[in-house]
Design a protein around this ligand. Structure first.
Ligand code: 6PG
Length: 250
């Protein structure tokens, strides 16, 4: 894979700059193929980016009706639960879109079990992205966060799903709170055309130096899956998250 691109922004400029990067990639795909598929990251960091993306002046820069929106992972809770990534996205993007609306494909967390939900979500990705049987769905853009333990999406350290390729999506448990989640698997996430890691804050400085410049195994730092990725990988960091990177990068 090609070396990742690393872009560093001052904290006060971060949300707007990241939103602009995402808009540019969305519009590039739409101009090339008429539509764009994007898998959104969960957690807290992207919330303000999504708000910035979906409000004036940027909201009209996106042809929202030509977007297929997926979620890279989802907590196995109802969509109105405050832990739901869908709810976070609804509050920050979807509820802001008054005229042109994207096709959205949330994880159906009302199904019988997380495993049923994972299987169903894999079928949704295959269907919407017109994936041939036995092939990997090709998502145009994947947005990811990085946890302080190096996880990304719901791909956690020492998880057996990190190396699995038998399914598209997996049901996993959070290693600490044991909450169930559905995650798109590593193979599909890192086969996307473009992967953006969106990471902000000094609390992520240590882990970002290990992920980007270290050599720990992927089993310990799942975000290092980028090293095996065929995607165009970009790290979008604020200066806080980048402060422990070697000076040549900062
Ligand atoms: C989730 C995300 C998760 C998140 C990281 C970073 O559902 O929580 O998929 O991978 O991106 O934990 O979260 P923060 O942005 O809140 O630090």
């Amino acid at each position: 894979m090609a070396k990742p691109v690393i872009e560093i922004f001052e904290p006060k400029l971060f949300d707007g700059a990241v939103a602009d990067e995402i808009i540019a990639s969305i519009q590039e795909r739409i101009s090339e193929q008429g539509r764009c598929s994007i898998a959104l990251a969960g957690g807290s960091t992207p919330g303000n980016v999504y708000r910035t993306l979906s409000k004036p002046p940027r909201a009209t820069d996106v042809e929202w009706d030509k977007l297929d929106i997926f979620w890279g992972d989802e907590r196995w809770v109802s969509h109105d639960d405050d832990q739901s990534n869908y709810r976070m996205t609804d509050e920050t993007i979807l509820s802001q879109l008054k005229v042109k609306k994207p096709r959205i494909h949330p994880v159906n967390t009302s199904l019988g079990s997380p495993q049923v939900g994972a299987n169903a979500y894999g079928e949704t990705l295959m269907k919407v992205l017109n994936t041939k049987s036995g092939e990997v769905p090709l998502i145009d853009i994947v947005l990811l966060g990085v946890g302080e333990d190096g996880h990304t999406a719901s791909l956690f350290p020492n998880s057996d799903v990190l190396t699995k390729t038998d399914s598209i999506c997996y049901a996993v448990q959070h290693p600490e709170n044991k909450g169930w989640r559905v995650t798109i698997g590593a193979q599909t996430l890192f086969s996307a055309r473009k992967v953006f890691f969106i990471v902000k804050g000094e609390s992520k400085a240590e882990i970002m130096a290990r992920v980007i410049e270290g050599a720990e195994p992927i089993s310990q730092l799942p975000s290092r899956l980028f090293t095996q990725s065929s995607s165009e990988v970009t790290f979008l960091l604020d200066s806080g998250a980048a402060q422990k990177l070697s000076k040549s990068r900062v």
